[in-house]
Design a protein around this ligand. Sequence first.
Ligand code: DAH
Length: 358
Amino acid sequence: MDDLNALKTELMDSIATADSLAALEAARVAALGKKGRLTGLMKSLGGLDPEARRETGAALNTLKDAVAAALEARRAALAEAELQARLEAERVDVTLPVRPRRQGHIHPISQTIDEMVAIFAEMGFAVAEGPDIEDDWHNFEALNFPPGHPAREMQDTFYLPDRDDGAKMVLRTHTSPVQVRTMVSQPPPIRVVVPGRTYRSDYDMTHTPMFHQIEGLVIDETTHMGHLKGCLVEFARAFFNVDDLPLRFRPSFFPFTEPSAEVDIGCSRAGGQIKIGNYGDWLEILGCGMVHPNVLEACGIDSKRYQGFAFGMGIERPAMLKYGIPDLRTFFEADLRWLKHYGFVPLDVPNVAFGLTS
Ligand code: DAH
């Protein structure tokens, strides 16, 4: 028995002083492994007479259980300590500056969206979003395009299989359905811009099947066409950074606005290059108008009480003009060399007060 007590002290000691999981495993093998001290004693039980075997056997079992429990407790403590040490060693200081050589770049489309949103946010617009896969009602019907209306043909729609409830589904052809979603879900006053992807079945030098638009919508009791003009003049001058940039509002047609206009900005095409500014030539950049009463009513808004304006603008073209990107299709080729050249520094977030571009 004294021998067993001495062995217990020895084994417990070797467990308590094991300072790594590897050292602990060695201690386990030395005690309980195939050739371990305890295992050896267990094997020798067969040579004892029955009385001694019972007594020693019980004592050995108790010791074995105690050793196993001590091993497990030490294993848990060592694992916890190892984890703590690793967490400590692998700590990242997020306040360190980004390593310039390893830096990714912000795509010019994302940057342009951020700039446009920053300008409109400064005027008090919130950002709204909607789904890329849209039903016919939101994309067309509620926007005053009745079934079979010729204006639908202008949009080169991608059609999708009908939804289970029979609704006709499309890839949204413009961001205008988010006007409808916004008016259906919140009461006026409304002041939102909607940047997002849009889709049309078209592919050539100046069209890609997926492109981006930003929509604007203002609804309240007093907003009129003068506010629309002021808002867009302010936007275009801030975005292109040209203080005297002239804007021209030409009468146009959209089913969801009345009256409707297309807006041109001043430019020059001298030498085959487009330059934005007060140079006497014109370039169309967006469509706009006063929201049609039928659209307000389709969205459950009283058109006798409420009115407002909407506009919709492509994002690629202004981005190309502002940043001198010559070919639309390169936007979506995912060429890293192109992105390194035309991309933006990630931490350079556009802000009207501190300047929009780097
Ligand atoms: N949704 C139109 C298009 O994609 C653009 C547009 C025109 C949007 C006039 C508007 C608007 O909100 O008022 O061609």
